[in-house]
Design a protein around this ligand. Structure first.
Ligand SMILES: NC(=O)c1ccc[n+]([C@@H]2O[C@H](COP(=O)([O-])OP(=O)(O)OC[C@H]3O[C@@H](n4cnc5c(N)ncnc54)[C@H](OP(=O)(O)O)[C@@H]3O)[C@@H](O)[C@H]2O)c1
Length: 137
């Protein structure tokens, strides 16, 4: 059996890969940038991007709760003020701004990678939204 690791080049995934390889497992790793993955030689690195555009996320959640919803993007200043009002410390706010700020188009372009790798369609956000609809009501 080959184990697919998404996020394999990140802080968490890199350690998952290391332990799987040490345990003798066959590992396939997903990365948007396989050339720079820097994973152990035995690991098969495949290219893919798992992000989903905002309008698709919005439609999936709206369908799950049976009500129209509107995505309202906060400005950076509004987001900072909201997180500060929630009591988040300044260093966490800086991290969130860095993590959420202005992602490139590649970060929300959807590719058929999961199906190509696993041979079956990925679970969709529609499935996830249906399971979690109560959290949005
Ligand atoms: N590290 C922590 O202490 C911690 C704590 C709590 C929760 N988490 C959560 O655990 C997850 C992993 O954390 P991390 O620290 O390992 O993150 P990280 O170091 O930033 O790594 C992110 C990983 O996700 C991949 N990735 C990002 N966007 C992608 C996309 N659109 N399609 C496919 N792959 C994508 C990256 O791969 P490529 O760049 O190679 O494509 C990379 O391997 C995150 O969701 C994080 O919020 C982490």
């Amino acid at each position: 059996m080959t184990i697919l690791v998404t996020g394999a080049t990140g802080n968490v995934g890199r350690n998952v890969v290391k332990h799987l390889v040490a345990g003798g497992h066959a590992v396939r790793a997903l990365s948007r940038d396989p050339q720079n993955a820097r994973l152990p030689e035995r690991v098969e690195v495949v290219a893919g991007d798992l992000s989903l555009p905002v309008p698709d996320k919005e439609a999936a959640i709206a369908a799950a709760i049976g009500e129209p919803i509107e995505f309202v993007e906060l400005s950076e200043a509004e987001a900072r003020a909201k997180w500060a009002a929630e009591g988040l410390p300044p260093e966490v706010i800086e991290f969130f701004v860095m993590a959420h700020g202005n992602p490139p188009e590649a970060a929300w372009t959807v590719l058929p990678t999961v199906e190509q790798i696993t041979g079956r369609p990925a679970l969709s956000l529609v499935d996830w939204a249906a399971e979690h609809a109560h959290l949005f009501r």
